[in-house]
Design a binder for this molecule. Structure first.
Ligand code: ADP
Ligand code: MG
Length: 317
């Protein structure tokens, strides 16, 4: 068995990794299409097991295998937890790809590469968008506990998810929740000295420090997204649906108050603070706007949606 050097992608760990053909699976239906992949529900022919196949999109790649997919595979391979989606193997289709009508598609000589995941029945957005759907407080508690447990596991293993949102939280019919879509995830070191891109996390779930242009950040960025999801579950709709970065910050300031050196020491040194600093005073209105929430929920939310990332209490310990 080949052993990769530390930090190197090792697809040879188990004999089946990357060596089986996608023909071992029968595609049943397409279940999702996202930023760079198509996702199918499929059945493993030999065992009858239902899985999800996520196709790695290669059409825009001039430089070979996409770096985002390499990151996603590398990170998922080291994470093993009941609240993190399990990557079972990688499969390939060596020959020409056929489209639905059986014609070879445009990508024909490149072949296809798929990640094989355990199958989950729903994602949180899909569940929440059902007509008349409103989650009960015990249900929300149950999802939040699992979300925080999975995220805590990622963070202690030095992985930032960087795209926590409803469509990346998968739920099965037993109520188990798993973090998925590690396409924007990356490893971090605890010293917070590395420069990371601030252009991550879907706008509505993006924390103020990223919107203000910081390039030094840590696990608190994911906790902000968790706070947004928590509030959204209780409120019944997204709480910060901004259409662009300035509007996003404004929505945050309207609810959480405007940042200043008192509530967020050091904020004035963040690159774009002066461009976005509100011209009128804005005070924190979280307790007032969400006064109808359960008292304990409101207390937790206060601690999650904190402007100063160094004051965010992680995992509520
Ligand atoms: P993208 O990077 O394209 O957003 P995702 O991994 O988030 O890729 O997958 C897109 C969608 O496909 C998800 O929002 C979800 O609805 C569905 N999906 C992804 N993985 C699974 C899975 N293991 N089981 C069931 N559905 C899945
Ligand atoms: Mg996704």
């Amino acid at each position: 068995m080949a052993i990769a050097a530390p930090g190197q992608l090792n697809l040879n760990e188990s004999p089946s990794w990357g060596s089986r053909s996608v023909d071992c699976f029968e595609k049943l239906e397409q279940i999702g299409e996202g930023t760079y992949g198509q996702v199918y529900m499929a059945k493993e022919i030999k065992t009858g097991e239902i899985v999800a196949l996520k196709k790695i999109r290669m059409d825009n790649e001039r430089e070979g295998f996409p770096i985002t997919a390499i990151r996603e595979i590398k990170i998922l391979k080291k994470l093993h937890h009941e609240n993190v989606i399990k990557l079972k193997e990688i499969v390939t289709s060596p020959g020409p790809e056929k489209d639905e009508q059986g014609r070879p598609d445009g990508n024909k000589y490149k072949g296809g590469i798929y990640m094989v995941f355990e199958y989950m029945d729903h994602d949180l957005t899909g569940l929440a968008d059902r007509p008349g759907m409103r989650f009960s407080v015990p249900q929300i508690k149950c999802y939040m506990r699992q979300l925080l447990t999975g995220l805590h596991y990622c963070h202690v293993n030095q992985v930032l998810h960087r795209d926590i949102k409803g469509s990346n939280l998968l739920i099965d019919n037993e109520g188990n929740l798993k973090l998925a879509d590690f396409g924007l995830a990356r490893s971090f070191s605890n010293d917070h000295n590395a420069n990371l891109t601030n252009r991550v996390i879907t706008l509505w779930y993006r924390p103020p420090e990223l919107l203000l242009g910081t390039t030094k950040y840590g696990p608190a960025v994911d906790m902000w997204s968790v706070g947004c999801i928590f509030a959204e579950l209780l409120h019944g709709k997204p709480i910060f649906p901004g259409k662009d970065e300035p509007e996003q910050l404004n929505k945050i300031f309207e609810l959480c108050g405007a940042p200043d050196e008192v509530n967020w020491p050091g904020v004035s040194k963040i690159p774009w603070y002066n461009n976005f600093k509100p011209t009128r005073p804005m005070k924190r209105r979280l307790r007032e706007v969400f006064r109808h929430f359960d008292r304990h929920a409101l207390e937790l939310l206060e601690r999650m949606l904190t402007l100063d990332p160094s004051q965010v209490s992680l995992y509520l310990t």
